[in-house]
Design a protein around this ligand. Structure first.
Ligand code: HSE
Length: 307
């Protein structure tokens, strides 16, 4: 096998109470990439369609993660990478993570899988860091493993796969503005109060327990963010209105997806997710701002080869 096509999924990071450690994988939104083994040594980004991204390997997220793996593996060949981008950069649903995991996943398949998924994620961190100016893996891990993931530690990298309740759906509204992760990180405080820390870790612990026990009411009680949301919601037009509309529609919780501007909600059952979608649509269609809404099941598989 000298060439494969892959689907690299979008992801929601942070999930309200799990800043920089928690994420989940989306089913119906993602990029496609073609990875090709060639005789000429090196990594070459030969095509990037969908959004205007640099073709120079060292300036491209997929190229940087590919280079990290290439330098470690020292294979007797090179690789061409074609990127068909559907996830808008700066959307808050893991655009850079999809690129970063895509190249290394594809190369690993073509080399006969010398690396496991955690090792591949370590290479991908290098690509993600090009975009966000910080090494974190909360979008990378769910794109690579699927489902919900908890990044227990970045160095050394340790990823825990958390079970997904079977009736859980996500609805995501993506206002068509761009927020750079690096800028959304720059506005955050360096320290937080002890009382906020206590609230956040209680919610996070109970959220993990709720996922393990499929306790939807506990998910509802846990999806709160007292640490990051107060700062970042100012960057997202009509955030509070979307949040109250979704909660009134019965959504289990609402939060900023990654560093925004996307806003995610979780629902028990597809009927509620449809109601949440309508509620989001009602708020944003009155604003005159362009937006997309995605309703998806949680993707338990993660990145995959496609025909
Ligand atoms: N945890 C990251 C953040 C996700 O919120 O800054 C975006 O890469």
């Amino acid at each position: 096998m000298n060439e494969i096509k892959i689907f690299s999924p979008a992801t929601v990071a942070n999930v309200a109470c799990g800043f920089d450690v928690m994420g989940f994988c989306l089913d119906s939104v993602g990029d496609e990439m073609v990875i090709r083994k060639i005789d000429k040594k090196g990594i070459f980004i030969t095509k990037s369609e969908g959004f205007d991204l640099p073709l120079k390997t060292e300036e491209n997220v997929a190229g940087v993660s590919a280079l990290a793996m290439y330098q470690a593996a020292q294979p007797d060949c090179g690789f061409e990478i074609e990127i068909y981008k559907n996830i808008k950069p700066g959307s808050g649903i893991g655009s850079s993570a999809a690129s970063a995991v895509g190249s290394v996943f594809g190369m690993n398949e073509l080399l006969g899988r010398p690396y496991n998924k955690t090792q591949l994620t370590e290479f991908a961190i290098k690509g993600e860091a090009l975009a966000s100016k910080c090494e974190h893996a909360d979008n990378l891990a769910p794109a690579m493993f699927g489902g919900f993931t908890l990044v227990k530690s970045v160095s050394p990298l340790e990823i825990l796969e958390i079970p997904t309740p079977s009736d859980l759906y996500a609805t995501i509204i993506h206002p068509q503005i761009e927020i750079k992760t690096s800028e959304a990180r720059a506005i955050l405080p360096k320290d937080i109060s002890l009382s906020n820390a206590i609230t956040q870790w209680a919610n996070f612990g109970s959220f993990i327990h709720a996922l393990h026990t499929s306790n939807y009411e506990l998910i509802r009680k846990s999806l709160h963010d007292v640490v990051i949301e107060p700062y970042r919601k100012k960057l997202i037009p009509h955030y509070d209105e979307v949040k109250s509309a979704v909660l009134n529609a019965g959504g289990l919780g609402v939060g900023i997806s990654g560093s925004g501007p996307s806003i995610f909600s979780l629902s028990k059952g597809v009927e509620n997710a449809e109601k949440v979608k309508l509620a989001m649509n009602d708020v944003y269609s009155k604003t005159g701002l362009a937006f997309d809404i995605h309703l998806t099941k949680i993707n338990s598989e993660g990145i995959k080869i496609i025909p």
